[in-house]
Structures are given as structure tokens and as C-alpha cells.
Design a binder for this molecule. Structure first.
Ligand code: FAD
Length: 457
């Protein structure tokens, strides 16, 4: 492809300092946190909606693929330029535009780092609930693109439950708003459609987010088990009792051992699994609820329950959980993370089959996941330099997603489909279902230029 003419035109729109075209840059923007790789033709860093719109109108005219990118931490190949094209990196559009406490909204640009918004809101005693473990790095635009979850999404819901409105640039450069600050909006729920669409329907340039009062009190417990099955059964028993903790996270021995070598969170190295159970809300009644949960844990043979005595102990427990994906690379240089979801009552049985799948393929699997949501994250550990290992990893990963689908679950809880799970879409959708999705895509993007090759096989 002769890239010169349109690269010069993009330079005129964003300025020569905000377009990257060196071979190194194009390779660097060719991958994300998944195993997939591609190569961009150019990387553009627009400064505002108008520049995004003009770049996209140009790409539309010239039939150039467009890939929106936040921090590139997605785990499914969502920002890999599978067919080349222009990567629109939104890192310069990183302003918190408004905090509207009476209406409980925050209006932000897509490049704002998730934790930066959290920290800003805490100053006023408010929070933005979705808290992916990657929040120190991930952007709110990327969270929207993937419909991200996080430990606290058990009680508060995932990203889609917190996006009230969005400014979006369509494939031909048209700018439109969906939703807004009011509670509900007329017509089709286009905001709902955009959230989780992985940049395949439009590029979001501004978002109105729901914010919540920070809880009055928090209590964090670590429940230690000698059997994964007992830990899994505790999860459904807690929810069945009518208690919805803020978080209900599980971690197995493989992950705990890697975490302890890295963060020293105080996890017991000889236990089979732990649950991190956090309650939040009013002080009144919290102790009673904690006692109820502890009784359920005991009914399921918990070995020990520890309660964080202060913020420092609580932070330590969470540092271990949030650093788990990074820590696991102490065991093997690479990992592939799964993201299947199952009805939580099926967790113990499915976990057993996940470990059996690891044994079948001769691969070590660690588990750290949002157990309360039934959202599994098996970390399949491997070394890409060992011949044939990557192929076994991919086969095992696909088989695990099949197990989840057969258990009445699905193939993605929060990490999206991207490039890596296209084939697995057939596990949960019929040809008819996929045909409807293709029609939706076509209505938004008739030329098929927005993040092509993703989401729908
Ligand atoms: C260590 C680690 C821990 C993680 N923990 C979690 C977790 O707990 N929960 C969770 O849900 N995920 C988790 N993730 C996955 C990832 O961090 C999330 O998917 C995150 O939301 C991606 O944000 P990002 O800014 O990196 O987006 P990117 O990876 O840059 O983009 C993600 C997708 O959104 C699209 N996109 C980006 N910006 C826009 C925009 N402005 N408009 C339209 N589309 C856009 C992209 O095209 C892509 O398809 C984790 C990842 C890592 C590496």
C-alpha cells in the first residue's frame, strides 16, 4: 500500500508530532496483552473529538482500517491491527471534564486512566464502581470497549451499568451522542450497544459515567480452605443466603505461591484456595453480616478466617490479588488467561474439569478469579520457546471455554472476544445469532473499517 498521501493528510489534521510511522512504533502498537500480533500502518494521537472525526472521515474515504486504543491492556487481541490501518491512540484525550455531584455523574475523555478517576472522586467521598485489576493502567475508553468488570462488580455491576451516555465518532466521521445525564433515554439503547463493542461500531470520545457515594465502612476477610471444592461451594452458599458481598474472589495454591514470592500479601502457602470476601456499606449491621458469612464458611469446612484489622492489612490482601497476573510470570515466562463464565453453582465441577484439562495437555494452570460472578480466569502457564507448547495452550484454552459453555455459561465474562475467541463464538451462538450481529455491525460500519476481523467470526 502507498501510505504517503494519506499520512501527510493525517499530519495536517493532528500535527507532525502526533503521528508515529517508524517501523519500531508500528510493531510496538501491533500487540496488546494477548498473544495476538499485527502491524499498524500508522499510529495517530488526536487531541480532541474534531481531530478524531477528521481522521476517521479520511480513513473512510481511503478505506483504511481504524483501531481505537486506550492502554492496550486487553487480553483478547482487541487492539491488534489484524489488517493494518491506523491505530487511534487516545492517550492525549485524558481530561476529567466535570464531576457533577448533585447529578452523580463524571464526564470524562476516553484516555483517562481508571484509577485517576477513582482517586479524584475519593477526594469528594465518591467512587466509580468498575475496578478492573488493571485499573492503574487501563483507560475508561478501553473499559467501555471491553465492558470491563472487576472484583467490586459482583455487587455494583460491570461497566455497562455505569455508562450513562457517550459521544461517539461513527465510521464516516459523523459525531453523535447516545444517552446522557438523565435517568433513561428514548429510542434504542445505543449506549448499551456501544459498551463492549470493542471499537467495532465507533470510537468513543467522551463518556458520562455514574458515580456512587463511597461506602461508610468496609470489612475484608480472607477465608482459607484445604479444598477448592469447599471454597467453590461457599461462594454459592453465601449468595443463596441472600447476602451480596462487595467482592467474592478466589485464588488457588499455584497463584498464591507466585504472589507470595512477589508481593508478600500473607496468603497461606499450604492452602488449596482462599476467598477474599469484602463487605461494604453502612456500619450498622455489617458485623452481623460478617458473622453470617463466617458461619457459612465454617459449614463448608473453612480452615481459618482472617479479618483485615486496618487499611494497611486490607491493602496488602488486595495488592496480592491485583498483582496476581504479573506475579504468575515468575513460574513461566508467558500465560494465556481464560475468561469463561458459568452459573456459580457449577463452579466446583467446572474448576475440577479445568485442572483436568491442564493435566491432559501437560500444562500448569493457576486460578484467580471473580468467583461470586462465576467468572473464571484460568492462567495457562507456558514457555513460547518450547516447540509445540503454544499450540497445546490454545487447544486447552478452547477446550476450557467449551466446558464453560456446556455448563450453561459463556466464553467471555469481561475480557471480550477480540481476535482470540472468534472460533469459540460458535460454542454459544447459532449461525442465525451471528447473522444478526453482522447486520448490526453493517448498520454502523458499512465498509467494515472499524477494528476489522474482531468480535464476530
Ligand atoms: C494484569 C491485567 C489485569 C486485568 N484485570 C482485569 C479485570 O479485573 N477485569 C477486566 O474486565 N479486565 C481486566 N484486564 C483486561 C483489560 O485491562 C481491560 O479489558 C481494560 O478495560 C482495557 O483497557 P485499555 O485502556 O487497556 O483498553 P485497550 O486494550 O486499549 O482497548 C480495549 C478495547 O476497547 C477498544 N477501545 C479502546 N478505546 C476505545 C474508545 N475510545 N472507543 C471505542 N473503543 C475503544 C479497543 O479497540 C479494544 O477493542 C486485565 C488486564 C491485565 C493485563
Amino acid at each position: 500500500m502507498d501510505r504517503k498521501p494519506w499520512i501527510e493528510q493525517i499530519e495536517e489534521i493532528v500535527g507532525p508530532d502526533h503521528i508515529l510511522t517508524s517501523d519500531m512504533d508500528r510493531i510496538l502498537y501491533g500487540y496488546d496483552a494477548s498473544l495476538a500480533k499485527g502491524k499498524a500502518d500508522a499510529v495517530v494521537l488526536p487531541g480532541d473529538t474534531d481531530e478524531v472525526s477528521r481522521v476517521m472521515a479520511l480513513a473512510h474515504r481511503e478505506r483504511i482500517p481504524v483501531i481505537a486504543r486506550g492502554s492496550g491492556t486487553n487480553l483478547s487481541g482487541g487492539t491488534v491491527p489484524a489488517r493494518g490501518g491506523v491505530v487511534i491512540h487516545l492517550s492525549r484525550m485524558n481530561r476529567i471534564l466535570e464531576i457533577d455531584l448533585p447529578n452523580r455523574t463524571a464526564t470524562v475523555e476516553p484516555g483517562v486512566i481508571t484509577l485517576d478517576l477513582q482517586n479524584r472522586l475519593l477526594r469528594d467521598g465518591f467512587v466509580y464502581a468498575p475496578d478492573p485489576a488493571s485499573q492503574k493502567v487501563s483507560t475508561l475508553g478501553g473499559n467501555l470497549g471491553e465492558n470491563s468488570g472487576g472484583p467490586h462488580c459482583l455487587k455494583y455491576g460491570v461497566t455497562t451499568n455505569h455508562v450513562l451516555g457517550a459521544e461517539v465518532v461513527l465510521s464516516d466521521g459523523t459525531v453523535m451522542w447516545t444517552g446522557g445525564k438523565t435517568h433513561d433515554s428514548a429510542g434504542y439503547d445505543l449506549t448499551g450497544l456501544l459498551v463492549g463493542s470493542e471499537g467495532t461500531l465507533g470510537v468513543v470520545t467522551c463518556m458520562i459515567l455514574r458515580i456512587l457515594r463511597a461506602p461508610e465502612a468496609v470489612k475484608t476477610m480472607l477465608a482459607v480452605y484445604d479444598s477448592i471444592e469447599d471454597a467453590g461451594n461457599t461462594v454459592s452458599a453465601v449468595i443463596a443466603e441472600g447476602i451480596v458481598p462487595a467482592t467474592l474472589e478466589m485464588m488457588d495454591r499455584v497463584v498464591m505461591q507466585a504472589v507470595e514470592a512477589s508481593v508478600q500479601a500473607g496468603y497461606p502457602l499450604d492452602a488449596a484456595a482462599v476467598l477474599i470476601i469484602e463487605l461494604d456499606g453502612m456500619v450498622d449491621g455489617m458485623e452481623r453480616q460478617a458473622q453470617k458469612i463466617q458461619a457459612i464458611c465454617r459449614r463448608h469446612h473453612v480452615r481459618e478466617i482472617r479479618t483485615a484489622r486496618d487499611d494497611a492489612e486490607r491493602a496488602k490482601l488486595w495488592a496480592g490479588r491485583k498483582g496476581a497476573f504479573g506475579a504468575i510470570t515468575r513460574l513461566k515466562p508467558s500465560y494465556m488467561v481464560g475468561d469463561g463464565t458459568v452459573p456459580r453453582t457449577r463452579l466446583p465441577g467446572v474448576l475440577k474439569r479445568v485442572l483436568e484439562t491442564g493435566e491432559k495437555y501437560g500444562l500448569l494452570i493457576g486460578n484467580v478469579f471473580h468467583a461470586g460472578d462465576g467468572n473464571l480466569h484460568p492462567l495457562i502457564l507456558f514457555d513460547e520457546r518450547v516447540e509445540g507448547e503454544l499450540e497445546r495452550v490454545k487447544a486447552a484454552s478452547s477446550e476450557i471455554l467449551k466446558i464453560c459453555a456446556e455448563a450453561g455459561g459463556t466464553i467471555s465474562g469481561e475480557h471480550g472476544i477480540g481476535l482470540e475467541k472468534l472460533e469459540e463464538m460458535h460454542f454459544v451462538f447459532s449461525e442465525g445469532d451471528l447473522a444478526v450481529m453482522r447486520q448490526v455491525k453493517k448498520a454502523f460500519d458499512p465498509k467494515g473499517l472499524l477494528n476489522p476481523g474482531k468480535v464476530v467470526p
